[in-house]
Design a protein around this ligand. Structure first.
Ligand SMILES: Cc1cc2nc3c(=O)[nH]c(=O)nc-3n(C[C@H](O)[C@H](O)[C@H](O)COP(=O)(O)OP(=O)(O)OC[C@H]3O[C@@H](n4cnc5c(N)ncnc54)[C@H](O)[C@@H]3O)c2cc1C
Length: 399
């Protein structure tokens, strides 16, 4: 089959790898001018995603790029002393295996794994496509026809817009907004995340052993998505300053860096819910199809598993894309639905709405980080929030 994939971040190269390995002819189109270089934000890989990366032969590279964050220091109003939390223990309670890695490191590893057999078209985008015939027009490249087209172009997917319509009809706001930017690596955060927690807002900073800078992460609650122009970065920075100035002198220092930073990300945390991810020859994978909410839903692992399943089903169905797309949706549905409900829950507790919730979060973190590991795992297994969700996804062997 001739397959076109839009997006070369996580889901795109993963699907490309497995499709190419099964003998398909794969083209990846990416809006950015070249492969991602080290940067972006930290993302989580849980057991099933790590198993797939192992099958791709890239696990050792991934482990070598682990951020190494193992603990956290939390400041909250009313806390006499900062709370030290064992993040590693907490994460291992929810997944047997876990690696935190910078998104762009992971993307570079996945893209390299696809080798020379995948055709990459950087700096281009799809302008029109037909789900019936597979005809595609591009901004720069001449029109071409494909047997299947995969939208792996993220939360604000272009393919989804062209085929399914405006994003607003599928997206719901999870009550919080998100910003990330780069900071000078001055705090010596060796394997630690530093976080300031307050009613309706959370500010944190972390780095990774091999990075020359650090990241500042901000989450803040609003009734409805913060009103801003997606292209007006100065206005977004002002919104962030208004939400966080005065939380702590340390946070004020991070905010001062807003005027220097080039890498700045700002968005509402939204969840996508489409009845189906496929139409004709087109399907969606990863954030493009079923983003449960950035930061709160384990969406990177979901994107890797979704890409693996989609490529596997396409190959297993002997190129019958209609049957394959339906099978992939069935295979992923429980994991996607579970991620949605986990994300809604996590968004509520991670950005507390009142003082009581701040305390619940602080004490819950303290409790879990002090529980012996087997007990913490048991608590997570029996929680009704689906905390062990990722590990419950059993991977089919498509070989
Ligand atoms: C600030 C932030 C923090 C996050 N933290 C976490 C975390 O802690 N843990 C976690 O698991 N996940 C986290 N995530 C989510 C994670 O980054 C995504 O779930 C993951 O990257 C999804 O991969 P994807 O390949 O589906 O989409 P993306 O990584 O969004 O990639 C989409 C790709 O498509 C490209 N593209 C977009 N439009 C076009 C177009 N028109 N034409 C061609 N290409 C296009 C983009 O340039 C990009 O390369 C976070 C996300 C953000 C924004």
């Amino acid at each position: 089959m001739r397959v076109l994939i839009s997006g070369a971040s996580i889901a795109g190269p993963t699907a490309a790898y497995w499709l190419c390995r099964a003998g398909h002819s794969v083209t990846v189109i990416e809006r950015a001018s070249g492969p991602r270089t080290t940067g972006g934000h930290a993302v989580d890989l849980f057991t099933p995603a790590l198993n797939i990366l192992d099958r791709m032969g890239v696990l050792s590279e991934v482990l070598a790029r682990d951020t190494g964050t193992t603990s956290g220091i939390f400041f909250a109003p009313g806390l006499k002393r900062p709370l030290k939390a064992d993040i590693e223990r907490f994460i291992h309670a929810i997944s047997e295996h876990h690696v935190e890695i910078m998104r762009d490191d992971l993307s570079a590893i996945l893209t390299a794994a696809t080798g020379n057999d995948v055709e990459y078209l950087f700096g281009d985008t799809i302008t029109a496509l037909s789900p019936d015939t597979g005809e595609v027009s591009f901004d720069h490249a001449p029109p071409r026809t494909f047997d299947a087209i995969i939208g792996a172009d993220g939360l604000h997917s272009n393919v989804r817009r062209l085929v399914f319509g405006a994003e607003e009809q599928f997206s719901s706001f999870l009550g919080a907004n998100l910003a990330v930017f780069s900071l000078p690596k001055v705090l010596g955060l060796d394997r630690r995340i530093l976080a300031y927690l307050d009613v309706g807002r959370l500010a944190a900073t972390y780095s990774a052993r091999h990075l020359s800078d650090a990241r500042a992460l901000f989450l803040f609650r609003t009734e409805s998505p913060a009103a801003y122009d997606r292209h007006d970065v100065p206005a977004q920075k002002n919104l962030l300053r208004a939400a966080f100035t005065g939380l702590d002198s340390q946070v004020d220092r991070w905010l001062e860096e807003l005027q220097n930073t080039e890498a700045f990300y700002f968005d509402a945390i939204t969840q996508l819910s489409l009845d189906t991810w496929s139409r004709g020859r087109v399907t969606l994978v990863g954030d493009a199809g079923y983003c449960p909410g950035a930061v709160v839903g384990g969406s990177t692992s979901l994107a890797i598993v979704g890409a693996y399943v989609l490529a596997g089903e396409l190959t297993q169905a002997s190129n019958d894309y209609i049957r394959a797309f339906a099978a992939a949706e069935r295979e992923m549905l429980a994991y996607v639905q579970g991620s949605r409900s986990l994300a809604r829950h996590t968004a509520r507790i991670l950005v507390p709405a009142n003082q009581a919730q701040v305390w619940a979060l602080v004490h819950g973190t303290r409790l879990i980080s002090r529980l012996p590991a087997p007990l913490a795992r048991a608590a997570a297994r029996f929680s009704n929030q689906g905390l062990r969700l990722a590990d419950s996804m059993k991977l089919k062997d498509y070989s």
